[in-house]
Write a protein that binds this ligand. Structure first.
Ligand code: SF4
Length: 319
């Protein structure tokens, strides 16, 4: 995105849409030739700014500028060894660089979180070491998000995704690090406790793709672009920030939960947990080839294969 477009169109139209916090992501936002100018422009508009980075090119000058502007950083770290994180990222040497930069961000007080995709290149124990590293460097959260859960990793999932058994072990290894100072967010881990599902927040956080399309949820768009999808990605794209001056009105008029009814299926209707269940993630339903409204089968505790062997089952269905 050219700097002039960001200043002249993106920021004013986000401001009109009542956006107050932005996260710059990518790709790798720090290699944009006008990276700091873009951050400065968002800050000048009164918006809080965070960045998501792989921390391989972020230099001392940039870090000092981010500190001065009060910008926090989230760093991708997908294992805790050169053989895992480095290989997963396509450059074994990147692990040492990322670790050193995370330590700098921690010392500078602007490390917010570590973003992690568990994968088969890493030993499960590495994720505990990663959480300890996050805590030692003052991160406020670690987000563990399995590969391919919403469609983006659909091609690499078969080769690199951890099995359910491994994901359960990673949960057990990392959950003890969760506490008042460090939040360990396990996204779409196996639902072994048979908990009712969280709800869908589409529209609460909007996403702008580099060509300008604005969506109420990027995962819905990624999911709609997978081969099995029965939805079109355009259903979830509200407009284009470069070409639609009325973007704010479009966002106000687009009400995902008026357009789609999650949980509109016989299983949910008959389920005893229904009133306290958010019905899970519509993007996961789309990526699995379903229509929105069908059960989020990967997470729903009423689906037989989600039951852990030997676990006591909840009476989800009326007798
Ligand atoms: S059947 Fe529907 S309401 Fe019951 S737990 Fe599963 S998703 Fe939630």
């Amino acid at each position: 995105m050219p700097l002039a477009e960001v200043v002249d169109k993106v920021i004013p139209r986000l401001d009109d849409s009542r956006v107050r916090r932005v996260t710059l992501t990518g790709g790798e936002p720090t290699i944009h030739p006008h990276f700091l100018d873009i951050v400065r422009a968002f800050r000048a508009a009164g918006m809080d700014v965070g960045i998501c980075t792989n921390a391989t090119t972020l230099n001392n000058v940039q870090i000092a500028a981010l500190v001065e502007m009060g910008v926090h950083c989230n760093v991708s770290l997908d294992g805790f060894a050169a053989d895992s994180h480095g290989r997963f990222r396509g450059d074994r040497a990147s692990f040492a660089v990322t670790v050193a930069t995370v330590e700098k961000l921690g010392r500078a007080g602007i490390l917010q979180g570590l973003l992690c995709t568990p994968n088969t290149l890493a030993q499960n124990e590495e994720y505990a070491r990663l959480c300890a590293f996050a805590r030692a460097n003052g991160a406020r959260y670690v987000l563990l998000n399995p590969l391919g859960s919403m469609g983006r990793g659909v091609k690499s999932k078969a080769k690199l995704a951890k099995t359910t058994l491994h994901m359960r072990e990673i949960f057990e290894l990392t959950a003890p690090f969760d506490g008042p100072d460090l939040d360990i967010a396990h996204i779409r881990f196996p639902n072994t406790e048979a908990r009712p599902l969280a709800g869908c927040e589409a529209g609460t956080i909007i996403y702008v793709f580099t060509p300008g399309e604005v969506t109420v949820c990027p995962y819905l768009v990624f999911a709609a672009r997978t081969p099995a999808s029965r939805h079109a990605d355009t259903e979830f794209i509200v407009g284009n920030i470069f070409t639609d001056p009325d973007l704010a009105a479009r966002l106000d008029d687009y009400r995902f939960h008026d357009r789609y009814l999650v949980g509109a299926n016989a299983t949910c209707t008959a389920c005893s947990l229904s009133s306290g269940c958010g019905k899970g993630c519509p993007a996961a339903v789309v990526a699995a080839g379903g229509r929105i409204g069908e059960v989020d089968a990967e997470q729903c505790p009423a689906i037989e294969e989600n039951h852990a062997e030997g676990r006591q089952l909840l009476p989800l269905m009326p007798a």
